[in-house]
Write a protein that binds this ligand. Structure first.
Ligand SMILES: [Zn+2]
Length: 269
C-alpha cells in the first residue's frame, strides 16, 4: 500500500474510537509538528502539554506500523500515531518531502538561495539561530573547548570517547571558519585544542587521556592551516609552536614541527 491510498475509515480502525477523537483534536489544535515524509514513512513530533513525542508511521511489507514514545498503553494505536495519520489525511502537503525539496533546491542559483535564506531569516526566528551556529565566533568556540576540557579533567583514560566527540564538533566549527576564509581563527582554534589537550594530560600526569588519533588529526590540521594562510601572523605562530614544544606530553607524542619549521623558515628567508 501507499500513504496516498489511505482513507479515514482505514485509519480510525487502527485504534480506539476515543484515541481517534483525541487524534483529531491534536491536529485541530496544531499539536502535530515537524511533519516529515519519505515514500514509506510519516514522522511528526506530537505535543501533549509540555511533552513532545516523536511518532512514526511506517509501511512495512505492505502493512501499517506505528511507533511512538508516549506512555499510552492498551489496545491499538496511541493518539499521537493516529494524529500523524489524521494530519496526513487532512493536509498531506504539510509533510516535508526532503528528497524532493533537495532536488528542487539544486535547481536554484546561488543568488536565489541567498534570497530565500534571507527571507527565512526575516520570517522564521529559528533560522537566525541556525545561521549563528553555522558561523561561530572565536570566543564562543574557545569557551566551548574550555568546558569540554574541564569535564575531561575528572575522567580517566578510556572514558573520554564522548568528550572527544564534542572536541570534534569544535573542530568541525573551526573547519567551517576555514571554509569561510577565516584561516587565522581556524588556526587559533586548533592551537587552542592542541594546547589544552596536551596541557591537561600533562597537568594530570595522564599521557593517554585522549586518543592518538585525535591528537594526530588536530596536529595535521593545525600544520595545514599554517601552510595555507597567506596572511599568517608569523610571530604569533612562532609563539604557538614554542608553547606546544614546551609541553613534554607533546614532545613525547612524537609529533614535531621540523617539516613545518623548515618550510616556515624558508618562507621567511
Ligand atoms: Zn503515542
Amino acid at each position: 500500500m501507499r500513504f496516498e491510498e489511505l482513507d479515514a475509515e482505514k485509519a480510525r480502525r487502527l485504534g480506539s474510537e476515543e484515541n481517534w477523537l483525541a487524534a483529531q483534536d491534536l491536529v485541530t489544535n496544531n499539536q502535530v509538528h515537524f511533519r516529515y515524509r519519505t515514500p514509506d514513512r510519516l514522522e511528526a513530533a506530537v505535543q501533549d502539554n509540555d511533552n513532545w513525542y516523536p511518532a512514526i508511521v511506517a509501511i512495512e511489507d505492505g502493512v501499517l506500523k506505528s511507533s511512538c514514545s508516549c506512555p499510552q498503553q492498551g489496545e491499538g494505536w496511541c493518539a499521537c500515531s493516529l494524529a500523524v495519520l489524521a494530519a496526513w489525511l487532512e493536509e498531506p502537503e504539510s509533510f516535508l518531502d526532503r528528497s524532493s525539496l533537495k532536488d528542487q533546491l539544486k535547481q536554484y542559483s546561488k543568488a536565489d538561495l541567498i534570497k530565500i535564506i534571507l527571507e527565512m531569516a526575516d520570517k522564521v526566528f529559528e533560522t537566525r539561530e541556525l545561521l549563528k551556529e553555522e558561523s561561530p565566533d572565536l570566543d564562543t568556540l574557545l569557551e566551548s573547548v574550555d568546558h569540554i576540557i574541564a569535564e575531561a579533567g575528572a575522567m580517566s583514560a578510556g572514558e573520554t570517547a564522548e568528550l572527544e566527540q564534542k572536541l570534534r564538533l569544535a573542530q568541525e566549527k573551526a573547519d567551517r571558519l576555514a571554509q569561510m576564509g577565516r584561516l587565522s581563527e581556524a588556526r587559533a582554534t586548533y592551537f587552542y585544542l592542541l594546547d589544552n589537550v596536551y596541557g591537561l594530560e600533562e597537568d594530570l600526569g595522564k599521557p593517554g587521556l585522549f586518543s592518538e588519533d585525535l591528537k594526530h588529526e588536530l596536529f595535521e590540521e593545525y600544520c595545514q592551516l599554517i601552510h595555507e594562510d597567506r596572511n599568517l601572523d608569523r610571530t604569533l605562530v612562532q609563539q604557538e609552536i614554542e608553547q606546544l614544544e614546551s609541553r613534554p606530553a607533546f614532545v613525547a607524542g612524537q609529533l614535531n614541527f621540523s617539516d613545518l619549521k623548515k618550510n616556515f623558515l624558508d618562507e621567511v628567508a
